[in-house]
Design a protein around this ligand. Structure first.
Ligand code: ADE
Ligand code: ZN
Length: 327
């Protein structure tokens, strides 16, 4: 048994179609535009974001969000995950008519419930949405800087990478960094290596969401290895969104061999027909990872986690202990 950890999953994107249908029944909403035969339907990044926004709009109360984080973390714990960082989006809460405070309290309640039931540890990474522009991302950063929560430990940016330049968001990221939050940013998924280089220069993250298209520039790959910038890789998502044609073409193993820290993540699991277990299976099947290498990937994730040192050490200890027992 390989213990797992996840650093890159959007909590709204983790809502199963069954849970979304349950919320739709509660609110008398019609989901037939984006759920068919129990599956989310979309055909490109833009329609994926639309389906994602429509599903998110059905989470409207603190309890809806407690259900969501509890449901996801319980499913992760069943997959032998011991740690999870989920991206949250105060923009989605506001769009659904919920205050950011109630949103975060609800998510935290679900996280506490899942921890009490299974021991799974988790944190939230607040995000701004790039396609909403610099002012909206600044608002998201300011909210989280002015309203610290013990379970919110990072700040990032998701959304459409093809819009705006990372420099446009530098001030927002400075606000988040000054508040002591860990910094990650989506780059090098829909756009090429320059997007990763620009994000590194402008926003100074310790991790990049995806980042895989750094492979297009060997100097950049060396920079990632030298500076030990971690890439939160999501191979199943990349294939679903056709960033790469198939798993054998995915750069994960080449990046790992070049010394870039890489981890495995599910991104938006039901949208991309994946989960964390499947991502570890993909790495075993297509990237040549044996159980020891997979455990090392979990260790890499824990070492790069946005978490206090005491909790981090106890998670690393758990990984070491479980490994010794199974060896
Ligand atoms: N938001 C949710 N999933 C995303 C992805 N794969 N890329 C960018 N933004 C996202
Ligand atoms: Zn993502």
């Amino acid at each position: 048994m390989v213990l797992k950890a996840e650093l890159h999953c959007h909590v709204e994107g983790a809502a199963s179609p069954a849970l979304v249908e349950k919320k739709a029944a509660k609110y008398g909403a019609d989901v037939s535009a984006f759920i068919i035969d129990g599956k989310f339907v979309w055909h490109d990044f833009t329609s994926f974001l639309r389906a994602y926004d429509q599903a998110s709009a059905l989470f409207r109360t603190e309890e809806d969000y407690a259900d969501l984080s509890e449901d996801y973390l319980l499913s992760l714990a069943k997959q032998d995950a011991i740690y999870s960082e989920v991206f949250i989006s105060t923009d989605h809460a506001i769009s659904a008519g919920l205050s950011p405070r109630a949103y975060i309290e609800g998510l935290a309640e679900g996280m506490h419930r899942a921890k009490a039931a299974t021991g799974i540890e988790s944190r939230m990474i607040a995000t701004g949405l790039r396609h909403k522009g610099p002012d909206a991302v600044m608002q998201a950063a300011k909210y989280i800087a002015d309203n610290p929560h013990p379970l919110v430990s990072g700040f990032g940016m998701a959304g459409d990478e093809r819009m705006h330049h990372p420099e446009d968001f530098a001030r927002a990221f400075n606000v988040a960094r000054d508040a002591g939050l860990g910094i990650t940013v989506h780059a090098g998924e829909l756009s090429g290596w320059e997007s990763v280089a620009n994000a590194l220069d402008a926003l100074k993250p310790s991790r990049i969401g995806h980042g895989v298209r750094a492979i297009e520039n060997p100097d950049l790959v060396r920079r990632l290895a030298d500076e030990q910038i971690l890439l939160e890789c999501c191979p199943g998502s990349n294939i679903s969104l056709q960033v790469y044609a198939d798993f054998p073409s995915h750069p994960f193993p080449v990046l790992a061999k070049a010394g870039v820290p890489v981890t495995l993540n599910s991104d938006d699991p039901p949208y991309f027909h994946t989960d964390l277990t499947r991502e570890y299976e993909i790495a075993a099947e297509f990237f040549g990872c044996d159980d020891d290498t997979l455990t090392e990937i979990t260790r890499t994730a824990l070492k790069a986690a946005y978490i206090d040192e005491t909790t981090q050490n106890s998670l690393l200890e758990r990984l070491n202990t479980d490994k010794t027992v199974s060896a």
